[in-house]
Design a binder for this molecule. Structure first.
Ligand code: PRP
Ligand code: MN
Ligand code: MG
Length: 183
């Protein structure tokens, strides 16, 4: 069965863009002396955020991706983080910024930070567009956070519900309506 839902706008495309500009200024400052910053997007959710963020970073940047998945199509975290695609490049001795769309239970980011930390980067920092601190189970917090949000089911700007709605230009919250319909 598939539940029917509507999406209410929660964070507009404009506010996201403004927030990214401010975050980019702080990141530029933190890494101002870098020879090269490796910006690592966690697929798939971060693909929109990383695209907008790197274009605001006036730094020498390498873009790399790591695919991690713990939700598949479920609404509940499986608490088991699968690495489906590893980085292309080496990060030993490098400045690294991990880019996440949302930190919920924290299992994904915690797992990825342990994995990347074991490769001995020079500096390992994290940014998440959204943070849901009330849901945290793993002890992790991003160094930069775009917006702290309440425990709502959100979609858009890269974030999916059963692989849909990633292409919305804003962050919306899912409101379930009516009865379940057959998929
Ligand atoms: C989502 C989201 C984060 C993670 C956050 O990814 O993009 O990566 O869950 O949840 P957590 O803090 O509870 O671990 P998902 O596993 O759905 O994969 P996706 O990015 O491909 O959608
Ligand atoms: Mn993800
Ligand atoms: Mg997902």
């Amino acid at each position: 069965p598939q539940r029917t839902y509507v999406i209410d706008e929660m964070i507009s495309a404009k506010s996201i863009a403004a927030r990214i500009e401010a975050l980019a200024r702080e990141i530029r400052e933190e890494f101002r002396d870098t020879d090269k910053l490796v910006v690592v997007g966690l697929l798939r959710g971060s693909f929109v955020f990383i695209a907008d963020l790197v274009r605001e970073l006036d730094l020498p940047v390498e873009v790399d991706f790591l695919e991690a998945s713990s939700y598949d199509n479920a609404m509940e975290s499986s608490r088991e983080v699968r690495i489906l695609k590893d980085l292309r490049g080496q990060i030993e001795g490098r400045d690294v910024l991990v880019v996440e769309d949302i930190v919920d239970t924290g299992f994904t980011l915690d797992h990825v930070l342990h994995l990347l930390g074991s490769r001995h980067p020079k500096k390992l920092k994290t940014i998440a567009l959204l943070d849901k601190p009330s849901r945290r189970e793993a002890p992790v917090r991003a160094d930069w956070i775009g917006f702290e949000i309440p425990d709502e089911f959100v979609v858009g700007y890269g974030i999916d519900f059963a692989q849909r709605n990633r292409n919305l230009p804003y962050i919306g919250k899912v409101r379930f309506t009516g009865e379940d319909v057959p998929a």
